[in-house]
Every structure is written in structure tokens, then in C-alpha cells.
Design a protein around this ligand. Structure first.
Ligand code: BGC
Length: 767
């Protein structure tokens, strides 16, 4: 496609989306920043939009790797930051976590050049993926991954974890975090499912808003705050039929607005400072080249006035991979005119800078667009306080016991008891235990990807001070009571997550004969993004065989799942007496699990996704009625039900809760009514426990087929034995709305069913 035609299409996009671009005017004018912009040359402005990866400016044989121990290369820093005015750096070097002192050295070496050897002394903006704690900081507290945080259904814990992550990240002079992921976790096959808050748009929105609050604090210029980066805008998680990462999606306007948009909208309203763009294609259009999505939807419609950054190499991908641009130059033009403000290049910044300067000089990217991008970047640097304080002082106290306690509590509230036949759990402390399975003795698998390294393969080296499941169980039940025979093992230092070896199922079966109970730890080794692509959602054949053979021994088996996505366990789930999902709950998974096994902690996690039973049935709980037909009467009585292994929201406790007395303030309401919905919840068991109270609504009839039900509110409450609490929620007609065939959010008059656990009532919206 030639450049003129592309430019025309980009402009035409403005009219298609119905809003001539007014967004540059809405971006805040900060006098200090405006003064700078007036003084900047085109080259200086272009440099600000460039982001490079750390390996580019360290000593090493090539830009792709660094020598160890790490040494910053002052010549290379000057070339990038002083000569080409590069405005941002990301990532760690050599794909490995660094300690606080090293981070101080890294960032101060860059800031020194930026603030002393450049004309305008503009500080550099350092960004990193601190997605469950400060991923690349050796001393960091590793919290549960997002999927496990969602399973806590505890807003405050999610907020606390984010706040602690921000403090630890900023203490290392990194003020920008590429998190949270607000993608919909609807496809169990996707290797980034665990980076999401699960499948429900409302749950994702609520947790996302807590993360923004925790990261950004009251002010970005505080030494414990970081700028959040919402990712990946938008529709990244909907994939081609293979379920593989970065495969093209087909998303209707209705689905995009109904399911994908709400969490981003809420996070933008919560003041999120930056947004990263979806690496993939929607309906054939790479999102990085979509004016309608970046400028039309994000900047104009949602009113996002912060910084938009690309994902890794995604401008080049418009040319190299997606073939919508016939050259790198055209790709840069497309992305900038679509509304991108900063390019995560990450290596060849010289070419990028030179081409963007040419595009501006030729008028193919307007100076207004360039100024808008630079303004958004400098505004963020200003708000972060980087002009005044480009560096904070090292303070290792930040890696505190308080943070570790939050991480432990989050793990203990995430872990979800899915099955507990004949109350096999909790276990007696004198039980003789066999621990088997490849996930029993690994810090790598409980943390997942993005832990000390991208794929998580370096975890064992950094997390030695924490307990694996085996170590925690030995500490709790006594070493003499625990035998460890894995039966199947992973290659713990390998980069590919699929390798399994040392398979000796007979040894595990033999060992089971001498114990009271088997704790079988199955799941996955670590991965993320494309390297985590999957051909088959069934749990691995070796692990399945191990479970089946152990099941035949007749010993009680507690299956502990430790996995980033729900792998299919149908063929042996029935022979497991208890099933516990630990997800990827971080460095404290082992300890939290051991406390649940003994009953010192009463489990309260609930599934944030539908756990599939069959590989061909990967639907979400909010499917359409046609996906769940009842068996018809008469001779054509085929079955057409929706059969997950476990439902969204499922999770058992060691106590029982009884619901009663569902009340609503008025049964007929209009668009201005605030309804108050309440229910009584009683702990009718023997042990104190936390219960997640979930309010669902079903639109009984609507102009487009309604979902069977949708989560509208939730709250987590602690109840002592015999205690009753009344939980009250406020909702309005807008909370019951949906996107109609015209792409508009509406609530149509008519009846709605509200349900909380086994309680139900019908309410009616009148005109
Ligand atoms: C991922 C992003 C991440 C970025 C920077 C990309 O490959 O898709 O989620 O923030 O790398 O590390």
C-alpha cells in the first residue's frame, strides 16, 4: 500500500468512528512541559518517543546480550540518550533479575547522561514488567499472579499487593510498570490466561481499578508510586481457532464493547497513566495501525489523555509480520497516525529515529501529532516528578516482612478447594504422606512466567529462601511423615516448559502403599507468550497416567493443581478425593497450601474462570441460552448441556454457609432508581470462614439474545460459626445494561432475575 493511500485511510478512519480528532486539545497543558516542547528540535522530540531495551546500552558482544557481571556502557548510553535523545528504556538485561544496587547503578548511569549531557536535561522514563511483584528485582516480594489474585475475590488484598509492588519497584528507581493486564481470560488454551483476572468483565474491572489505585497512589511523584500501564488495548485475548498467542481475532463491535471494553474504561476513569496496545489483529487490522481503536475509541471516546506505548517491536511487525506496511518507514507512519505515542522499538533505534524525523519533515506525520505524543510522554515524566528527582535513594527496608505477609495472605485466599469428598481435608497432622508429581518440589512452577526471568526458568536460582510445596508440607507434618517420589519430573532449568523426564510411575505407586494419603502435585511448568503455546489442553500424558495409576491404589488422594491455565483432568478427576487449585500463587504458595491442608487456614478462593471438562467446550459462564439447551422431550432426546469440570465462582470451604432472605428495595424500578439488594448469609458450620457473596442478573428477554447470567456485584465476608451477616448491594438499571445491535449501551424495560447463591427474585424495569 502506498503512503498517500494509507494516510487517506487513516484520516478517513476519523470520520468512520464519528469523531474528528479533538484529543490533542484535551491533553493537559503543563506550563513547564509546554516551555520545553517549544524549545525542542524535531530530533529531540522524535527521540522522546523511542524506547529501547537495556541490553542495547550495556557492555556485551551485541545489542542482544550483556556481559556478566552487568556493566553499563557510557559510550552506548551517550549515543542513545545524548545523540539520539532516546526518551525511555525498558526491561532487564540478559533476561535476569538484578538486585537493588544493580538497578540503582543501571538507572543512575542513564539519568546521569540524560540530565547532564543533553541540552534540555530531560530525564529518562524507565519501564518494566512488575506483573506479580517486581518481577526483575532479586529481593522483590512475589505475589500471586493476576489469575490467583482474582481468585481471592478480595479487593483489598489486590490493592495491597499492588501498593507493595509499586513501592519495591520505585525503590529501584523504576517509575513505570507495564501492568495490569486487563485482557479477558476466556480461552483456557492461551498461554497468557494466567496474566489476566479471569473471564468476567466485572471482576476484571473491579480488580483492575484496585491495581491502579495501588500502583499510582495519591500522587505519581511519590517515592512509592509507579505509573500503571493497561494492557493490551484491546481484544488481545480473543484468538484464532488454535488458541495460540498473537493469532488473529475476529471480534464484533458488540463483543468488543460488551466484554473487552468495560475494564479499560473503568481503569481510564481511575486515572491510569498509560496504555499498551494489543500486538494482534482484530478483523484483519493490526491494532497498532488502527486509528479507530487507538485514537477513536481510546483517546477520543474513553477520553484517555495519557501515554500510549506499543508492545515489543510492534511497529516493525506492521511491516515484517503483518504486511500492512511495505516498509519500516510506512509502518512508523501508520502507527503514529493511528495514535501511538511511544515505540517499544526495542533494538534498532537509529533507524527508527531517522525515519520518523524524515516522516515529520515530509509532512507525513504532522508536527501536531508529534507534539501530542511528546506532550503525553513529558507530562508523565513531569507527573512522576522525574524532572525534580530523577532518582530516589536506595532503601532495602522496602522489601519488608509486611509485604511478605500480604503475599502469603493473598496466596492463602487464592487457593481454591474444588472438591473435598467425605471431608478428606483437612488432614491430621500425624498423617503419613506421599508427595508425588512434577510440581511438588519447585519454586519455578508456583511462580509461573515473568518471575526473575521472562519464561520463569531462572526462579530456582533466586527463590531459594522460600518453601516449595514439599518443603512446606515437611515443615508442617514432620519430615519423617513425608515421602517424596515424583513419578514424573520437569526439566527445571530448561527453557521449554513442555519437557518431562525421569518418568517412574511404578515407584510412586509402590510408595503409596505405605502412606495414609497421597498429595499429588500436577500441572504445568512455566511459560508465557508464544513459547507457552499449546497443542492439547489435556494435562500431559505422563501426569494423567500417574494420576490414574495412583487412583487405583485406593489410597485417599489430594490432587493439588499448580497451573497457569485449567488443563483438562476429566479422565481422573473422579478418582481424586480432594482437588485444590493453587494457580500460580507465588513464593508463598507452599506455606499457604500446607496451612490449608491442616485446616489452620480455611480455604476461601473461588474460580475466576470456568474450568473446562472437555477440550471442545471452552465456553464461559456468561454464554447464550443456545449453548446450554435442556435435553428435549420425546424421541429426539439428545443432550446439549454446558458441562464444565467446575463452574466459574466455585470454591469450597471447611465450613458451610446458608443464604436466606433475599430482599430488594423495590420490585419495579426505573432508570433513575438505585436499588438496594440484600441477603442474609449464615455460617452454619464449625469453623470461621470467608464467603464470597455474588450477585448475578439475568435479563429474561432482550432485543439481542441475552447471556444466561452476568456477575453484577460481589463482596467477601468473614463469618464466625453461628454468625449471620446481611450483605447489601446497590445497583441501578445501568448495571443491568448490554450493548444492543446498534452498538449502544441500553437497559431495555422488562423483567430481570437476580440471584445470590440459591436465592432468586424477579424485578421489573418500567419505561
Ligand atoms: C509483552 C508485554 C510486555 C512487553 C515488555 C511483550 O512481549 O506482550 O506484555 O509488557 O513485552 O516486556
Amino acid at each position: 500500500m502506498n503512503i498517500i493511500k494509507v494516510l487517506y485511510l487513516a484520516i478517513a478512519g476519523a470520520f468512520i468512528s464519528g469523531c474528528a480528532s479533538s484529543s490533542p486539545d484535551a491533553v493537559e497543558r503543563i506550563p513547564f512541559v509546554e516551555q520545553l516542547i517549544r524549545q525542542m528540535t524535531i530530533e529531540e522530540k522524535v527521540g522522546q518517543t523511542a524506547q529501547i531495551t537495556l541490553d542495547v546500552i550495556t557492555k556485551g558482544d551485541s545489542p542482544y546480550s550483556s556481559y556478566e557481571p552487568l556493566q553499563m556502557d557510557s559510550g552506548l548510553i551517550e549515543e542513545a540518550v545524548a545523540k539520539y535523545h532516546v526518551g525511555s528504556v525498558l526491561n532487564t538485561a540478559n533476561n535476569r533479575a538484578r538486585d537493588m544496587q544493580t538497578w540503582h547503578h543501571v538507572v543512575s548511569s542513564i539519568q546521569k547522561v540524560a540530565t547532564e549531557k543533553t541540552r534540555l536535561k530531560i530525564p529518562t522514563l524507565y519501564g518494566i514488567d512488575a506483573i506479580h511483584g517486581a518481577t526483575y528485582i532479586a529481593e522483590a516480594t512475589m505475589f500471586p499472579q493476576q489469575i490467583a489474585q482474582a481468585a481471592t475475590w478480595n479487593r483489598d488484598l489486590v490493592y495491597q499487593a499492588a501498593k507493595a509492588t509499586a513501592a519495591e519497584t520505585r525503590a529501584c528507581n523504576i517509575p513505570w510498570n507495564f501492568s495490569p493486564a486487563l485482557d479477558l481470560g476466556t480461552d483456557a488454551r492461551w498461554p497468557r490466561m494466567w496474566e489476566t483476572f479471569g473471564e468476567d468483565p466485572y471482576l476484571i474491572s473491579e480488580m483492575g481499578a484496585e491495581v491502579i489505585k495501588g500502583y499510582q497512589g495519591k500522587q505519581l511523584n511519590c517515592s512509592t508510586s509507579v505509573a500503571a500501564c493497561l494492557k493490551h488495548f484491546i481484544g488481545y485475548s480473543t484468538l484464532a481457532s488454535s488458541g495460540k498467542d498473537r493469532t488473529p481475532s475476529e471480534i464484533s463491535e458488540i463483543s468488543l464493547r460488551e466484554y473487552h471494553l468495560p475494564s479499560f474504561q473503568k481503569a481510564v476513569e481511575a486515572g491510569a497513566a498509560s496504555v499498551m496496545i494489543n500486538s494482534g489483529l482484530i478483523n484483519g487490522i493490526p491494532v497498532h495501525s488502527s486509528y479507530d481503536i487507538i485514537t477513536g475509541l481510546l483517546k477520543n471516546e474513553l477520553g484517555f489523555n495519557g501515554l500510549v506505548v506499543t508492545d515489543w517491536a510492534d511497529i516493525e511487525n506492521l511491516h515484517n509480520r503483518d504486511k500492512v506496511a511495505s516498509s519500516h518507514k510506512e509502518a512508523i507512519m501508520l502507527a503514529f497516525n493511528a495514535g501511538v505515542d511511544m515505540s517499544m522499538i526495542p533494538y534498532n533505534y537509529v533507524q527508527y529515529c531517522e525515519l520518523l524525523v524524515e516522516l515529520v519533515n515530509e509532512g507525513q506525520v504532522s508536527t501536531e501529532r508529534l507534539d501530542d505524543a511528546v506532550r503525553r510522554i513529558l507530562n508523565l515524566k513531569y507527573k512522576l516528578g522525574l524532572f525534580e528527582n530523577p532518582l530516589v535513594k536506595p532503601n532495602s527496608d522496602v522489601f519488608s516482612k509486611t509485604h511478605k505477609k500480604i503475599a502469603y495472605t493473598a496466596a492463602s485466599e487464592a487457593i481454591t478447594l474444588l472438591k473435598n469428598e467425605a471431608n478428606v481435608l483437612p488432614l491430621s497432622k500425624t498423617s503419613k504422606i506421599l508427595i508425588a508429581g512434577p510440581n511438588a518440589n519447585s519454586m519455578r512452577t508456583v511462580n509461573g512466567g515473568w518471575s526473575y526471568s521472562w519464561q520463569g526458568e531462572k526462579v530456582e536460582e533466586f527463590a531459594k529462601d522460600y518453601n516449595t510445596i514439599l518443603e512446606a508440607v515437611e515443615n508442617k507434618f514432620g519430615k519423617n511423615n513425608v515421602i517424596h517420589v515424583p513419578g514424573v519430573e520437569y526439566d527445571m532449568h530448561g527453557r521449554t516448559y513442555v519437557d518431562e523426564h525421569r518418568v517412574n510411575i511404578d515407584a510412586a505407586v509402590e510408595a503409596a502403599k505405605n502412606v495414609d494419603v497421597v498429595i499429588l502435585c500436577l500441572g504445568e511448568n512455566t511459560y508465557t507468550e508464544k513459547p507457552g503455546d499449546l497443542h492439547d489442553l489435556m494435562i500431559s500424558e505422563n501426569q494423567e497416567k500417574l494420576a490414574i495409576e495412583l487412583g487405583k491404589t485406593g489410597k485417599p488422594i489430594v490432587l493439588v493443581l499448580n497451573e497457569g491455565r485449567p488443563r483438562i483432568i476429566r479422565r481422573f478427576a473422579d478418582s481424586m478425593d480432594a482437588i485444590i487449585q493453587t494457580y500460580l500463587s507465588g513464593n508463598h504458595t507452599g506455606d499457604a497450601l500446607a496451612d490449608i491442608l491442616t485446616g489452620e487456614v480455611n480455604p476461601s478462593g473461588k474460580l475466576p474462570y470456568t474450568y473446562p471438562m472437555f477440550s471442545n467446550s471452552l465456553g464461559t459462564y456468561y454464554h447464550k441460552h443456545s449453548e446450554e439447551s435442556k435435553t428435549p422431550e420425546g424421541m429426539y432426546n439428545y443432550e446439549g448441556g454446558f458441562y464444565p469440570q467446575f463452574n466459574f465462582g466455585h470454591g469450597l470451604s471447611y465450613t458451610s454457609f446458608a443464604y436466606s432472605n433475599l430482599q430488594v428495595s423495590q420490585k419495579e424500578f426505573d432508570n433513575s432508581t438505585v436499588l438496594s439488594v440484600s441477603v442474609d448469609v449464615e455460617n452454619i458450620g464449625e469453623m470461621a470462614g470467608k464467603e464470597v457473596v455474588m450477585l448475578f442478573s439475568s435479563d429474561l428477554y432482550a432485543s439481542i439474545a441475552p447471556d444466561v447470567k452476568r456477575l453484577r456485584r460481589f463482596d467477601k465476608v468473614l463469618l464466625n460459626p453461628g454468625e449471620t451477616k446481611t450483605v447489601t448491594f446497590s445497583i441501578t438499571a445501568n448495571d443491568l445494561s448490554f450493548i444492543n445491535a446498534q452498538g449502544k449501551r441500553v437497559t431495555e424495560p422488562g423483567e430481570f432475575e437476580l440471584t445470590i447463591a440459591n436465592q432468586a427474585m424477579t424485578i421489573k424495569l418500567i419505561k
